[in-house]
Design a protein around this ligand. Structure first.
Ligand SMILES: Cc1cc2nc3c(=O)[nH]c(=O)nc-3n(C[C@H](O)[C@H](O)[C@H](O)COP(=O)(O)OP(=O)(O)OC[C@H]3O[C@@H](n4cnc5c(N)ncnc54)[C@H](O)[C@@H]3O)c2cc1C
Length: 496
């Protein structure tokens, strides 16, 4: 064999799987079809600004799977995180502005010692809280977030906000997302919350130096552990012999032999194009074909002539009834009237090295359906109007902007360019998510499209799926250390 494992694609799932394998002494080859690593989680230089592919906020930042993936190749000290501090939530006309550290300082001033006590208490209780919440979540996989919320309140602004959050976190409206998924996401936050309280910060974070630093560090780690990362190489097909993978063929005809393949190219794309449906039984192929992608997203990137955006993150929900707005957008594929809800971050506020001195970068995103007939110039204007609505006066400071439509993300190879990956909707979340283990021996799917029992937020679910798939392989290989085999028995009930 040329390599112990070939990874198709350097998105976060691919990089994490590659890092876990390389860190365990396996010879890994990562093949990436674009010129840069990171897939949808990347950064490029434009006119002196380092611009990310989206306004990425990392749910648990240094407390979650990012840190674990980096550790596998000893890169945990190479990537820094900025914990979000200054925020504004604007639901309707009323902005709620706060600085997390100031909020915590004020709490501690009024009730001295409260933070330390809460942190210690949470640290002790978090593991059992997580277990209880995870069990509870399973009961709510048949109930939508909308139904769940309606049991407690019919307050419209709260419903609007949660509907929007569901789109941002899971790529689906809250009327289609299981409440269990939200409970699991919250449960993941209990341990980071305990850690963060002690340092007077929250777990939400941003990767210093731009998003690309994370996949880049993993790829460097893979190379330092004897692996190879080749960009600009497309895998055209996965070679299958007698029900097992035998290697891959690239666009320039090279055949690379390997009996282990991690595909980060998307589960549908892998089955349909890279392997070919004829290698799977009909029922499985149909099931994969019927999987629903999550919503797409647009992204407005602003280069400002001076720092006028005073927040790390802004969430703005302008319309009185966003549910109507989203229903219109989701079902009728039209540009709805009114302004979209947005999330905006300023990477250069969190890391000044990302913009020329005295200037500022701001990135705005919103969910959207993908229809090539969509009137994108109308959407672009809406994007500009919505950030002006959230932060009045910002338009006067725009030196230049660009607008990424869902079509921009098609380069990463999805059928219709979802922003996150698979929709985490009813029937596709938690235990109902498609397994990373394919019916073909040696083939695993990684990324935000597969991983039974994986839950949570986009970049993290992608990273976790890569780690889980690699760990599964390592635990099952012949001659795995006894400790692995014991752990395997413990984990036997948890399939990936
Ligand atoms: C605008 C926007 C904003 C977002 N905001 C957030 C956020 O705030 N927080 C968050 O957590 N997530 C966010 N996300 C989602 C997040 O970026 C994705 O869910 C995550 O990066 C997906 O990772 P993945 O492992 O599935 O790989 P992908 O990013 O899909 O990467 C797959 C890689 O495989 C390569 N590839 C595909 N086919 C082949 C082939 N045949 N041969 C070789 N290479 C191939 C592609 O080029 C690509 O590099 C956002 C996404 C967008 C678009």
């Amino acid at each position: 064999m040329d390599f112990d494992a070939v990874v198709i694609g350097s998105g976060l799932g691919g990089c994490a799987a590659g890092a876990a394998m390389a860190g365990s002494g396996k010879k890994v080859l990562v093949l990436e079809k674009t010129d840069s690593v990171g897939g949808r989680c990347s950064t490029s230089e434009i006119n002196g600004f380092q611009m990310d592919t989206g306004s990425h906020v990392i749910w648990r930042s240094s407390y979650g799977p990012f840190r674990e993936a980096l550790k596998r190749v000893n890169k945990q000290n190479d990537v820094g995180f900025h914990q979000l501090q200054n925020m504004m939530f604007k639901v309707g006309e009323v902005p709620l502005k706060f600085n997390i550290r100031e909020v915590f300082d004020t709490m501690d001033k009024h009730i001295p010692g409260i933070l330390n006590m809460s942190s210690r208490m949470l640290k002790v209780t978090a593991p059992s809280m997580t277990r209880v919440m995870d069990r509870l979540a399973a009961h709510y996989d048949n109930v939508t977030i909308q139904e769940f919320l309606s049991r407690f309140t019919d307050n419209l602004p709260i419903h609007n906000m949660i509907d929007w959050v569901s789109f941002i976190l899971y790529g689906t409206p809250y009327g289609e997302t299981p409440a269990g998924e939200l409970i699991r996401t919250m449960s993941q936050a209990s341990e980071p919350m305990a850690e963060g309280l002690a340092d007077r910060e929250i777990f939400l974070g941003y990767v210093k130096g731009g998003l690309i630093q994370f996949p880049k560090a993993l790829c460097t780690g893979i190379e330092e552990h004897g692996g190879e990362v080749r960009t600009g190489v497309t895998v055209n097909n996965i070679i299958v012999k007698n029900g097992k993978v035998a290697g891959v063929q690239t666009n320039d005809g090279e055949i690379i032999k390997a009996d282990l393949i991690f595909s980060n190219a998307g589960i549908k794309e892998t089955v349909k194009y890279l392997v070919g449906e004829e290698h799977f039984d009909r029922e499985y192929a149909e099931k994969i074909r019927s999987l629903r992608p999550g919503c797409c997203g647009w992204c407005l990137r602003l280069a400002l002539d001076k720092p006028v955006f005073n927040y790390d993150m802004v969430m703005s929900v302008p319309e009185k009834d966003t549910q109507e707005y989203y229903k219109h957008m989701w079902t009728q594929h039209e540009v709805p009237d009114g302004l979209p809800a947005i999330m905006a971050t300023s990477p250069s506020r969190m890391d000044p090295s990302l913009a020329p001195e005295g200037k500022q970068s701001v990135i705005v995103i919103a969910p959207v359906t993908f229809d090539p007939r969509e009137n994108w110039s109308k959407w672009e204007q809406k994007a500009l109007d919505s950030i002006e609505y959230a932060v009045p006066g910002i338009k006067d400071h725009i030196m230049w902007h660009d607008f990424l439509t869902p079509g921009t993300y098609l380069v990463y190879g999805e059928d219709n360019a979802p922003a996150i990956g698979l929709a985490q909707c009813m029937g596709q979340a938690g235990a109902d998510r498609p397994s990373s283990i394919s019916p073909i021996k040696g083939l695993y799917y990684v990324g935000a499209e597969a991983g039974k029992n994986d839950s949570g937020v986009a970049t993290e679910i992608a990273t976790q799926s890569g780690l889980n798939a690699a760990d599964h392989v390592l635990r099952h290989e012949k001659g795995a250390p006894v400790s692995h085999r014991i752990r395997e028995r413990v984990l036997a009930s948890r399939s990936i």
